[in-house]
Each structure stands twice: as C-alpha cells, then as structure tokens.
Design a protein. Structure first.
Length: 94
C-alpha cells in the first residue's frame, strides 16, 4: 500500500485522549483518522457527533424571550405563504 504522511497540530491533551479512546475501541488513532478521511471523501459531509450538546446561555435567554413574547401575544403566525408575503409587503410599505 502506498502511504503518505499527514502532519497535524493539536493540543497534547486532545491527542492523548483521542489515542486512549481509540485504544479502548480497539483501533489505532491512525486507523480512525484514515477511516474518517475515507468517509469524508465518500460522503462529502462533516459529521462530529450525535451526542446532544448543551445550549449556550445566549440561546437559552433567547428561548426565554421567545416564550415571553408568545405569552404576551407578540407573535404573528400565518396559515399560508401568501398570508406571510402579504404581511411582509405591508411592512415594506410603511
């Protein structure tokens, strides 16, 4: 097999933790990186994790603001696309 070397820079802690996880899964870090690169080529997509992430403080505050706006009736909803476009046309005329 004809191979090439890829040098990357990462934090030592990231490398060590990644090597540990790879070992626990029964792989070398090199094998996992190769598999990722092959999948990248095949799918042309970047996938990081299916684990849920914690929302940021800003996002949480915006959700709370939205909830408050809904409770206060500060929302506009539409049944059709045409209704929405008409509403926006009215705003543009103002």
């Amino acid at each position: 097999m004809n191979t090439a070397v890829i040098n990357i820079k990462t934090e030592q802690e990231v490398k060590s933790k990644a090597q540990k996880v790879a070992r626990e899964l029964g792989f070398s870090l090199s094998a996992l990186i190769n598999a990722y690169l092959k999948d990248l080529i095949k799918t042309r997509t970047v996938f990081f994790s299916s684990r849920s992430e914690e929302p940021s403080k800003y996002f949480i505050s915006m959700l709370k603001k939205s909830r408050d706006d809904i409770k206060k009736g500060k929302i506009v909803s539409f049944n059709t696309t045409q209704d929405a476009l008409s509403y926006l046309d009215g705003i543009n005329k103002e």
